[in-house]
Design a protein around this ligand. Sequence first.
Ligand code: FMN
Length: 182
Amino acid sequence: MTGMIEIISGTNRAGSNSRKVATAVESIYRDQGVSAQVLDIADLPMEIFHPDVYAKKPASLETWTNRILQSAGIAVVVPEYNGGFPGALKYFIDMLPFPQSFQNRPVCFIGIGAGEWGGLRPVEQLQQVFGYRNAFICPYRVFIKGVHHVFDETGQLKQDDLKDRLAEQARLFVDFIRRTEA
Ligand SMILES: Cc1cc2nc3c(=O)[nH]c(=O)nc-3n(C[C@H](O)[C@H](O)[C@H](O)COP(=O)(O)O)c2cc1C
């Protein structure tokens, strides 16, 4: 596999559960011997939110762009906000160069939500966006319902079945990436 897996934490909300899940997913990849790192859009430089950046991208965005362009694949952890994915995530996507950011790039999804549907809606909406951008969409998705109840007091995932589902997706995603590189 060429490059790392970037795990996007798909909201800029301070103290987000997406970040906790993304950190758990990062550990799962590393335990499997796979290079992976969290890309948390809460850390984006504030200047990228200026209206002028559509015309001229600030130098501070370059590190972020390069991480996407050099990635072997992208795992997106996306929370449900009002029946959809967060606007901050779409804004980040809109800041990236096209088509090269997502064209033929393997992408997988983990949806989280407070309710019963575990982020199904934002994941399916994102599949449409990444499909439009000709990404290679991995069919193995993970949905985490009742996300407020899945962490212990230190912010670690406490359910073995959930850890197993994430580990299975990680194995299948790496296999999927290798097949796309073959
Ligand atoms: C603005 C906002 C809108 C939300 N809308 C929904 C929703 O439509 N359905 C749902 O199941 N949970 C909804 N939630 C709950 C979130 O999915 C849940 O709090 C999750 O932890 C949010 O992800 P985050 O912690 O990474 O911000 C919403 C939360 C926020 C902050």
